[in-house]
Design a protein around this ligand. Structure first.
Ligand SMILES: *Cc1c(COP(=O)(O)O)cnc(C)c1O
Length: 369
C-alpha cells in the first residue's frame, strides 16, 4: 500500500515548491547545442582555488577517501579562530554556508516563530524557514538595499532571527558599519541577528564592516562566511559561522557532525593561508570586468544594478527566462531572476574578460532576435 502522503507530510512541506538545480554542463550543452559553456550563474571564482589549495586537491591521498573526516573540522576551526582572534569553539563549520543557515534556524525557531529578512536577497534563509514551518517575513528592499526601518517594524514577540546579507546578493548593496551597529542597537539582545558575509573578501569600501569585529559588543550576532566565492572551492562545499561562545554552543546542538568532508577541510585550510595574492588578483579581475560591463551595458542602454560582490544585475526589455534559453544557445549561462522576485532581470557573475566579451556578444544577439 502506498503511504498516505497527505496525512504524513506537513502542509508546509507539501506546499513547498522544490528548487530544481540546473542540469550538468555536458547535458546543457547537448540540450542547447553549444560547444562551450561560460558559467556566469553562480558567482564562482574564475581563477579557481588559490595555488596552495590546488596543490592539496592534486595531492589528496586516495586511501584517505576511506576515512571519516574530523567531525568538527578541528584544525580548520583552530585556523579560523586564530585569524579572527576568537576561541575555536566560537566557530562552526558546515557543508557550505547553506548548511549553517539550517543549523541556526533549527536552533532558535519552533512553530509559531518567524524570521525577518528581505524579499530580494539570498533565498535560502526564506526557503529553509518556510519548509521548516517557520514564517518568513520578507521586507521589500529600499533603494535596492536592505530596509533597516522596515525590518525593525516587522519584529514581533515571535521573531527569533533577522537575516541581513551584507553585501546583498543579488543587488550588491551594503550597510556601513555605522548602519549595521545602529541596527544591532535597535534590535537589542532579545533576538539573533545573522549577517551573511559570503562576499566579504570582495568588498574594498572603507565603511564596510567586518561583522566578526562586532561580536564582542553584540553577543546576539552570528556571522556567516564561505569558501565558495573568493576562495574558489564551491565544488567542495564548505562554509562557517562565528558567534558568541554560548550562542554557538546552542547552535552546535543542531548540527550534524561529519557533514564536511576531508578534502574540503584541507583545501579550505590551504586557501585560508594563501599568501600568493589570490584575493588581490581576484579583486582586480572583478574590478576590470565590472568596469567593462558597465560601459558595454550603458552602450546598449540597459539599466544595471551593481555594487559590491562579483556579480551585477541587468534589466532586460523582455523575459529573462527567454533570454536565458537564447543565451544558453550561445554558450552563456546567466541567472534569470524571475524566481527571485526580479522579473525581466538577469544576474551575471563577473569573470574573465573572455567570458565578459562573450556575454556581451550573446546579449546583443539575444536583444536583436
Ligand atoms: C553563495 C552564497 C552562500 C552560500 O554559499 P555556500 O556555497 O553554501 O557556502 C551564502 N550566502 C550568500 C549570500 C551566497 O551568495
Amino acid at each position: 500500500m502506498r503511504p498516505n502522503l497527505d496525512a504524513l507530510v506537513p502542509a508546509y512541506v507539501r506546499e513547498f515548491d522544490p528548487y530544481i538545480p540546473s542540469k550538468p554542463d555536458a547535458e546543457l550543452m547537448k540540450l542547447y547545442g553549444s560547444e562551450r559553456l561560460f558559467r556566469l550563474n553562480n558567482n564562482e571564482n574564475p581563477l579557481g582555488p588559490p595555488p596552495g589549495a590546488q596543490e592539496v586537491i592534486r595531492r589528496f591521498p586516495p586511501p584517505q577517501g576511506a576515512l571519516y573526516p574530523s567531525g568538527d573540522s578541528y584544525y580548520l576551526r583552530e585556523a579560523i579562530a586564530a585569524f579572527h582572534g576568537l576561541d575555536p569553539d566560537q566557530v562552526l563549520v558546515g557543508n557550505g554556508a547553506n548548511e549553517v543557515i539550517a543549523f541556526v534556524i533549527k536552533a532558535f525557531c519552533t512553530q509559531g516563530d518567524n524570521i525577518v529578512t528581505a524579499d530580494k536577497t539570498f533565498a535560502v534563509y526564506e526557503w529553509v524557514a518556510v519548509f521548516s514551518g517557520i514564517e518568513a517575513r520578507v521586507i521589500p528592499l529600499k533603494d535596492e538595499g536592505f530596509d533597516d526601518i522596515g525590518m525593525l517594524r516587522a519584529i514581533d514577540p515571535n521573531t527569533k532571527i533577522l537575516f541581513v546579507c551584507n553585501p546583498n546578493n543579488p543587488t550588491g548593496s551594503y550597510w556601513s558599519k555605522e548602519r549595521l551597529k545602529a541596527f544591532l542597537d535597535a534590535v537589542g539582545g532579545e533576538r539573533i541577528v545573522v549577517v551573511d558575509e559570503a562576499y566579504f573578501e570582495f568588498v574594498e569600501q572603507e565603511d564596510y564592516p567586518d561583522g566578526v569585529s562586532l561580536l564582542s559588543d553584540y553577543p546576539n550576532l552570528v556571522v556567516f562566511r564561505t569558501f565558495s566565492k573568493m576562495y574558489g572551492i564551491a565544488g567542495l562545499r564548505i562554509g562557517y559561522l562565528v558567534g558568541d561562545l554560548a550562542v554557538v554552543d546552542m547552535i552546535r546542538r543542531t548540527c550534524v557532525v561529519y557533514s564536511v568532508n576531508r578534502l574540503a577541510q584541507e583545501a579550505a585550510l590551504a586557501a585560508f593561508r594563501d599568501d600568493t595574492g589570490h584575493i588581490r588578483r581576484t579583486r582586480a579581475l572583478v574590478r576590470e570586468s565590472r568596469a567593462f560591463l558597465r560601459k558595454e551595458l550603458a552602450k546598449l542602454r540597459l539599466p544595471i544594478i551593481s555594487g559590491e560582490g562579483n556579480y551585477l544585475i541587468v534589466k532586460l526589455p523582455g523575459s529573462d527566462t527567454l533570454a536565458y534559453r537564447k543565451m544558453m544557445r550561445e554558450g552563456i549561462m546567466i541567472r534569470p531572476m524571475t524566481g527571485f522576485r526580479y522579473p525581466n532581470h538577469i544576474r551575471v557573475s563577473l569573470a574573465k574578460m573572455e567570458a565578459m566579451e562573450a556575454f556581451v556578444a550573446a546579449l546583443k544577439k539575444t536583444l536583436e532576435t
